[in-house]
Design a protein around this ligand. Structure first.
Ligand SMILES: *Cc1c(COP(=O)(O)O)cnc(C)c1O
Length: 413
């Protein structure tokens, strides 16, 4: 294959059907941003919306804002808005809490739905919070839970008639490996188990069709590809026909059938609201509501195509220009198995990432040896990749990563 040239890259940018979307984001001019899968960029309309919330809604309307400004309905209205992006119907998604908390609620709910079964299956490469939450759940539930944390090549065969729940992260946060949602869900259900997907690294980055895949439950993150800002609330999905039977453990008043009846007895809301717990974080919900407007006219197939193409270019340029520096591809080479990121292993991954960040190539390190580049196709350009690879070449040629300041481990990586 002929080497990619800067002219090729320019041609790709010039014919990019999503190029116009970049303007909708606030981005520092000199930065090549590859951490949109960790914290999405700021949509330009979010600050005005936050200001309106603060000065007008809170400042003037005070407590009346719960009704007058529809704060009370936000978990559902924002959930309904998000539903279209993930192939869910209205009434199947609520926005609330964090991804971790939502996993806890739904995993316990799944166990209640399968009272005769005691096995939960997940994979060893699942995002750590998923593993920790399941460990905590197994330790506290007054029932004999067998938590099986299995290798990616063995989990599917382990699903059996004792399995209550199979829970996976759709796109591996480290390597970008993309599971086959449809096939895996079918296998789980063929054995009578429920399937719960963590969409943190896929929602907003590719077309998703939860209902076409007959997914039972899902969770996902608001601050990554959905661009709702640091610590933004997460979402959860429960298939319509399961909702009436779902019992979740955090039976707070916002999940009550009639919160303001102030009754002494908990009674779950008849619908998806029963998955709510306490009072929701209105500023975070408002940010997500606003951030989702960016997606209103976006063709998610085009997003997936651009993401595949960008990944391909990144991989080719690294082969072309960085072959001698000891990087090995950690992501699947096949576009259809790769999420919206490209990762490389390197023995010096940590200091290399720090040196890149200092030169405004914002990527991240994932232990133990991964250099990770998220591809946020709504606002990234092909030339960002070209420039990033040029900076990688410079950092490796100069051995800049060897400097002491790049070798101090920070608390957040
Ligand atoms: C980012 C991420 C989370 C984040 O969970 P929080 O509770 O929001 O901290 C959870 N799961 C996966 C797979 C993630 O990538």
């Amino acid at each position: 294959m002929a080497d990619l040239t800067f002219a090729d890259i320019q041609a790709l940018d010039a014919s990019d059907p999503l190029a116009y979307v970049r303007e909708r984001f606030e981005l520092p001019p000199d930065t090549r941003y590859f951490a949109g899968n960790s914290l999405g960029a700021l949509p330009k309309t979010v600050p005005q919306r936050l200001q309106k919330l603060a000065l007008q809604e809170w400042g003037q309307n005070l407590v009346r804002g719960w009704l007058r400004d529809d704060w009370f309905q936000l978990p559902q209205t924002v959930g309904d808005k998000l539903a279209g992006l993930i192939g869910a119907d209205k009434g199947e998604v609520v926005v609330c809490d964090s991804t971790s908390v939502n996993l806890y609620k739904l995993a316990v709910a799944a166990l209640h739905l399968r009272p005769q079964r005691n096995k939960i299956i997940t994979t060893s490469d699942n995002f750590p919070t998923g593993l920790y939450i399941l460990q905590g759940l197994a330790a506290t539930l007054g029932r004999d839970i067998a938590l099986k944390i299995l290798e990616p090549d063995e989990f599917l065969d382990a699903v059996d008639e004792e399995t209550a729940l199979l829970t996976l992260t759709h796109v591996d946060y480290r390597t970008g490996y993309l599971h086959d949602m449809d096939a895996v869900t079918r296998r789980a259900q063929a054995n009578g188990a429920l399937a719960l997907w963590d969409l943190s690294h896929s929602c907003g980055a590719m077309p998703l069709d939860l209902n076409a895949c007959n997914v039972d439950m899902a969770i996902g993150c608001g601050y990554k590809y959905l661009n709702a800002g640091p610590g933004a609330p997460a979402f959860l999905f429960v298939r319509k026909d399961l909702q009436a039977q779902v019992r979740q453990p955090l039976t707070g008043w916002m999940g009550h059938a009639d919160p303001f009846a102030m009754s002494r007895q908990y009674e779950p809301a008849p619908d998806i609201r029963r998955l709510l717990c306490g009072t929701h974080l209105v500023p975070g919900l408002v940010c997500l509501d606003e951030a989702l407007n960016v997606f209103a006219d976006i063709d998610m197939q085009a997003v997936a195509q651009k993401s595949a193409k960008m990944g391909e270019c990144f991989i080719r340029l690294m082969e072309q220009r960085c072959n001698q520096y000891g990087f090995t591809l950690a992501s699947p080479a096949a576009n259809e198995r790769r999420g919206s990121q490209v990762c490389f292993r390197h023995e010096q991954a940590y200091p290399i990432v720090q040196a890149l960040i200092e030169r405004n190539v914002i990527c991240d390190f994932r232990a133990p040896d991964i250099v990770r580049f998220g591809l946020a196709t709504l606002y990234s350009r092909y030339r960002d990749i070209w420039e990033a690879v040029a900076v990688i070449v410079a950092v490796m040629e100069e051995q800049a990563w060897q400097q002491d300041r790049f070798n101090q481990l920070a608390a957040v990586t």
